[in-house]
Each structure stands twice: as C-alpha cells, then as structure tokens.
Design a protein. Sequence first.
Length: 430
Amino acid sequence: MPDHSLHARRIEPRLVEALEDSPVVLIEGPRQCGKTTFAQMVCAPGFLPGGAQDAEAGRSYGYVNFDNDVVRAGAEADPLGFVADLPERVVLDEVQRVPGLFTALKLDVDRRRAPGRFVLTGSTRVLAVPTIADSLAGRLETIRLHPLAQRELEADRPTGDGFIGALFGSGFPQREVERLGPELAERIVGGGYPPALARPAGRRRANWYRNYIEAQVQRDVADMARIAGLDALPRLLSLAATHTARLFNLSRLATQFQLSRPTIGSYILLLERVYLLERLPPWHSNRLRRLIKTPKLHVGDTGLACALLGATAATLHADRPLLGQLLETFVFQELRRQASWRPDPVQFSHYRDRDQVEVDIVAEQGGLVAGIEVKAAATVTASDFRGLRKLRDAVGGRFAAGVVLYDGESSVGFGEGLHAVPVRLLWETP
C-alpha cells in the first residue's frame, strides 16, 4: 500500500507563488486532509520525520501548533507579545483555535510588510467570522486544501491539463479504456483523507472515519459554538449522508430530531464550517424561468459518507441506487479538488427545472459553461443527454461541453459538444 502521509500535492505551485508576494497565507481545509504536512513540506521540512531544515530561497520557517494547550494559553494571554516573539517566518498551525491572535498579526504585518511572513493553517472556515476577515483584508491570500484527489493518488502521476482542461478546451477524443467495475466502489469507500488511506481497507479505515467525526464534534465544533446538543451532530451528519447528492431539505432533516428547524439549520452551518458538509448552489439563467432554486447537499468526502452509512465496497457495489448517489458526490468532490489547483477559478452549481430535467454538476470558467451528468451504469443512451441538451440550448455560444460520466469502456461523441466519457478518465489523462 502506498504511503499517503507525505504525498505531493498538486496545489503546491499556488502556495509557493503566494509566499512570494503575500504577507499572510492561510491554508484552510478539514482536519487531517494534510494541511500541516503540506505547509511543512513547502516551508519547514525540518519539522517532518527525517526532514532537514531548508533555507533555500529564504524559506526557513519556525513551527507553532495551537493544538498544544500550553502554547495556546500563552497566545491567548498576550497576543501582541506572542507574535512579537515569533521567528522571522513561521507556520502557525490550527490558528482558528486562537481567534484573538488575528489582530496582533495584522499589527505586525502593518509594521513590516514582508512577503511570506506568516503561513497559517485552519480547520474551520476562519474567514467566515467577519472580525477576522476584516482584520486581514488586503494582507492575506487563502489556499483551500482538500483531501487527496484521485488524480493525486495515481501512481503514474498523470500529466497534462486533466479532465477540466478537456472540458473547457482540449476535448475528449474517442478511445477505449478498461471498465472500473468493483474498483469504483473501492475508490468511493476509500475517500481522500491521507490517514484513512494509510490504513488497510475495510473495518480499520471505517473506524478511522468514525473516530474522526467524534473528534471533530468534540474539538472544532465545540470551539465554535457552546451548544448543548453536541450529541445530535453525529446523528445529523449520518442523516445528511443519506441525503448526499439530493436537494437540500431542512424541514425533512429537522423532523428526525426533537429540535427546532432553526436549530438544525444552525447545526448544518457548523458542519459546513468544518468542511463535513457542502451545499452546491443552483444554476441560474435569465433565459429560463422554471429553474429550481434549491441547493444540493453533498458530504465533504465519500469515505466519510460510507463510514456513516456502514457501506463497504462490496455492499456499495451491490446497492446500485446508493452507488449512483455516492458516485455523484464522489465526482463532484473530485472536480472540486482538481479545480483548486487550476490557475483560473471554476465555479460549480447544479441544474434542475420544474419538469425534473437536471444536470448533476454545472461548471463555469471564464464565461464558458459545461455540464456533467453522472451514471453508475456501464452503458449510455441518447436519453441520458436530455438535461445537457437543455443546458446547451440555454447558454448558446457559451456552452463548452456536456459529458455523461459512466462506468464504461468507450469515450465517444453524442452530437454537437456532447460526450460519453468513462469515469476513470476523470482522473486519468482524457
């Protein structure tokens, strides 16, 4: 089994670039997705096992971890003095645990605006707090690190512009590949968290995910909100996993609890702030009047979702409706992860109208629009392109491509701008 603990990340050039001109760089993402290792690999390899301090290009960083109770207490007691005593360049890990530090960081940066001075990591959406966002406005660049993408896990390290590049430009040539079959379920159940992937597949990996959820609730969520119903959060997350890739329905979720609808709504927001849940907004167009304006709900990682649902690779492969549902979340998260390291931003949404015509994922880049429909089946028919054709007609000349991703063997065209593409080409070279 490959060692994922020190896996190279495709987004590294973006961090290196940010260090050249931004005084503060925030690496944000869920706990255990690899933020600390990533920051240390780039900035402070001497703090990694067997590492040697790297002074190349002046990048020789100290390291401070605010999960250490004593360190955190010292920073909270005297933020200004704590920052004044820091090394010339420093990685501040889990900085969301000391919100009072941000004003001190702002004052230090304003006194001496050196690029790459502070590298922060945060396991919650730190900038969702208005006072923190305001204090570092114009001084900070944010890099979102996700769990490992399938394209990062490939042993042969695929090159080229990848699936998103093909979607918006290079296209999908006709070719034949091997069908994934049971391997697809294994990838979905495995997810992308490095510590989980370092364990044997099956019970040990599922145990890691379950322990991870408990730790998240007891630490980061508890830090953000002093709430009495912490025990409801794992149950809410398990229920949300059954709704992944479906329209978000707060009332339906709330009926399962003896709590008010606004309370459950606030809990959903907390779970979003620690990256365990994500809402995919609806696509909109002035040319179409009958669009559904409800977001879709997605769990942040399919390995996490499968552990919550008790699904193994074998049971998932046998349960075709659940496989289709989780495959949609799997594809969405893979696209999100690949988009994070691209030079141009990509926005994602979903399309559904009141006639129940839908496109699972709509991607937009540079004014162009593309659609992705997801199927767990091994075959594709012309009817599978109904939503993509409607999206194509709605956007006209801005339409880049429409793709049905399926677990088949043939990449083939289905008319103007439309393609059936095997799902493995999402992370292999299209």
